[in-house]
Design a protein. Structure first.
Ligand code: SF4
Length: 730
């Protein structure tokens, strides 16, 4: 309506865009658009990715009008990527969720918060009374601040009494968690960003940081003497930055890691003193990798033996070597095993716990790490283990609750929650700040599952999204810039998140929603005694984490304000530790890291005559996940308004396809129609690539329900498809 009025005024010459185009000089901005000169700047942390850049939001007359880098933040060193530079736009988005909505006679109608929360408590309790406590499932996110996630974990596990609780973090980095646990006895990235610049060899595997974690590229730039090796089936922007690109076959990374280990051992490029002092299982592992000869690994990976030797020699002879990975490794049915295989390389060479030397998972979401540490999903808070009596007892005693209320086993992981919804053992579902109807693999199965629910609550900052549109109840939440808390980034650095503006209409911070629901459930005083603000949650979390690997006890809101962001572990009165395992002591019962030996297997869905191409999915720098936020940022949306499909010209020629043709991508599960074709040598013949951000042309219509057996992370990266000209089969 407002837009129509504006258009009419413009057409009638009543609006000459004077406000939009006037320029002024600001103290901190120089000459710029007058409407972007703020009255004040609010320091906070970027709410997109796990790099965790410091950012300032410019505020004018109660509205966010600009963003700029927070100069004092140690991570981004005065820079931001395009998403960070335009982040304030999301606060003004037209698609914000404004009021609680309830589906009545097929329509979502506005109701009060009191009605919404009362109904939610009553329907959850009624479902659980009828079908059992575990008939309620909860799917959360790495987008919440740590304080909210910690509060939610207590509310779900102790207040609602269900352990069927997981997050969208399982869709991106649960394999890193599982791999670390298998190798080192605990989750926790061992290194720091400064290791990227201090290493003399950096090996990036399945990590396109130039698109997905752009600010990390400056750590590569700052050391001209290092050698950068990038292993990726595509010639990504990151591969273009590399000294050596390893264009390996899809999902042959595990074989590559074992092949490097084989050469390191054969040529004595290992650190025997480190292995003897700090690890177990070396002799068995050495026998295991005998089978991964350069000849065989060359066949499995498609890389020449010369490239394999060159990579292994560079890595093995490095004074300090860093291995980084992201979703290219994690999005796999062998993700956990591959993470452990990369950790094996660090252990073999003693490249861990020293400056420049680390295996390092580069995480996805802004606070995926906070959810891993403070969460109550794959671990108990503080990296405690569900199956350890002492861990449960310790936590129960800190909280003053009976020990038998603590779950003794992890509940269902995200894909298994969906499976249980499909099988009707889960009847009610609460989805918080995530959009599975774009992001979950094999959308047809998901749609069938969600249509089986008796009650679906979706709590989100945006509406409509494909997921909120299906909800029985929509709860409008405040987003980044409208609430307070902390995020922890990939290098374990805790940064403050601050409120710059009020949430729109009746949207409320997730923290307030959780406490208000606890009130309705009658457990607020017991679980959250006297809590009013996120700082109350943070202070309890400091006590819960004290003495653990992820010790936050020496970090407070005051210290973050006075000293800036800091890494954990930081015990009360101690300095922060830049690296884990510097003393060679690991979180295993005997204090030693383990060599893990898992054989490489082909990916689950191999190409056939009918589906001859291997589809790879991924991201682009302009967009964030399901595009709920970034499609609302004009500059980002203009730069990348629609999905595309990358195909090698040789494959296109065989099919008579040309650049910019519209094509359909078809798998055994579904079809994505009308995708713009781009012909490029970036992808090898037999492979195609498509970004996953776009709900209008959703690549997850064709991806498969195949999951890592340990981490339960989906194998998004490879499935067998064919490409047809759009309309060819109609
Ligand atoms: S690199 Fe990540 S954290 Fe930094 S500005 Fe970009 S999206 Fe934000």
């Amino acid at each position: 309506m407002i837009a129509k009025l504006r258009d009419w005024k413009r057409a009638a010459g009543l609006d000459i865009l004077r406000e939009q185009y006037s320029y002024e000089r600001g103290d901190s901005t120089g000459y710029t658009s007058a409407r972007k000169i703020p009255e004040r700047w609010v320091a906070t942390t970027c709410g997109y990715c796990s790099v965790g850049c410091g950012i300032e939001i410019g505020v004018k007359e109660g509205r966010a009008v600009s963003s700029r880098p927070l100069a004092a933040h140690p991570v981004n060193r005065g820079k931001l990527c395009p998403k960070g530079l335009s982040e304030h736009y999301i606060l003004e988005a037209e698609s914000r969720a404004l009021y609680p909505l309830f589906r009545r006679n097929g329509k979502q109608v506005r109701i009060s918060w009191d009605e919404a929360l009362g109904m939610m408590a009553e329907r959850f309790r009624a479902t659980q009374a009828k079908y059992g406590a575990r008939s309620l499932g909860v799917i959360s996110t790495g987008q919440l601040v740590t304080e909210e996630f910690y509060t939610l974990g207590k509310l779900v596990q102790l207040g609602l009494g269900t352990n069927n609780f997981d997050g969208n973090t399982t869709l991106c980095m649960s394999s890193a968690v599982s791999g670390y646990k298998m190798s080192f006895g605990s989750d926790g990235p061992p290194g720091a960003y400064e290791d990227i610049e201090k290493a003399d060899v950096v090996l990036l595997i399945g990590a396109n940081i130039a698109d997905n974690h752009p600010i990390l590229c400056q750590y590569l730039d700052s050391n001209p003497h290092q050698t950068v090796i990038v292993a990726d089936p595509r010639v990504t922007k990151t591969a273009m930055l590399a000294d050596l690109h390893l264009p390996l076959k899809p999902r042959s990374d595990l074989a590559l890691a074992h092949g490097i280990a084989h050469i390191l051992i054969r040529y004595s490029l290992i650190n025997r003193a480190y292995i003897d002092a700090h690890t177990t299982g070396f002799d068995d592992f050495a026998r295991f990798v005998e089978a991964y000869t350069p000849e065989r690994v060359s066949q499995l990976t498609g890389l020449s033996e010369e490239l394999l030797y060159k990579t292994a020699f560079l890595y093995g002879r490095a004074r300090a070597a860093f291995i980084g990975w992201t979703m290219g490794v994690n999005h796999s049915t062998q993700g956990s095993a591959t993470v452990s295989a990369l950790c094996n390389l660090s252990l073999l060479t003693g490249n861990i716990g020293r400056a420049g030397a680390s295996p390092f998972s580069i995480t996805g979401q802004c606070n995926a790490m906070g959810t891993r540490e403070a969460g109550f999903t794959s671990s108990l808070p503080g990296y405690r283990k569900f199956d350890q009596t002492a861990d449960r007892a310790e936590l129960a005693s800190i909280w003053g609750v009976a020990e038998d209320r603590m779950p003794a086993a992890r509940g269902l992981a995200y894909p298994d929650i969906i499976e249980a919804v499909l099988g009707r053992s889960i009847r009610a579902l609460w989805i918080i700040a995530t959009n599975p109807l774009v992001s979950f693999p094999n959308q047809d199965v998901l749609r069938q599952a969600l249509s089986n629910l008796d009650f679906l609550v979706v709590q989100d900052g945006f509406h409509p999204t494909p997921t909120t549109e299906l909800a029985t109840l929509v709860l409008p939440a405040a987003i980044w810039g409208e609430k307070e808390g902390t995020y922890t980034n990939s290098e374990r650095r805790v940064s403050k998140v601050n409120k710059a503006v009020d949430p729109p209409a009746e949207a409320r911070p997730d923290f307030d929603i959780f406490l208000a629901l606890a009130e309705k459930l009658g457990c607020r005083d017991e679980l959250f005694p006297g809590w009013l603000t996120p700082e109350d949650a943070f202070n309890e979390w400091r006590r819960v984490s004290a003495g653990r690997l992820c010790d936050y006890s020496g970090i407070s809101y005051e210290s973050l304000a006075a000293d800036g962001p800091t890494q954990w572990p930081r015990a009360e009165g101690a300095a922060a530790a830049a690296r884990l395992y510097a003393d060679g002591k690991f979180a295993t019962p005997d204090g030693r890291a383990k060599f893990i030996a898992t054989h490489w297997e082909p990916f689950p869905e191999q190409p056939t005559r009918e589906y001859p191409l291997v589809l790879n999915t991924g991201r682009t720098v302009e967009h964030w996940h399901t595009r709920t936020k970034t499609r609302e940022v004009p500059i980002l949306e203009h730069l990348s308004p629609r999905a595309w499909l990358e195909m090698n010209p040789r494959d296109a020629t065989q099919q008579g396809l040309r650049s910019h043709d519209r094509v359909d991508v078809v798998s055994r599960r579904g079809r994505v129609s009308g995708v713009e074709l781009r012909l490029t040598e970036i992808v090898a013949p037999g492979q195609i690539f498509m970004p996953f951000h776009f709900s209008e042309t959703n690549v997850n219509e064709v991806t498969q329900s195949a999951f890592d057996p340990i981490s339960r992370e989906p194998n998004y990266k490879q499935c067998a498809v064919r490409v047809e000209r759009t309309g060819a089969t109609q």
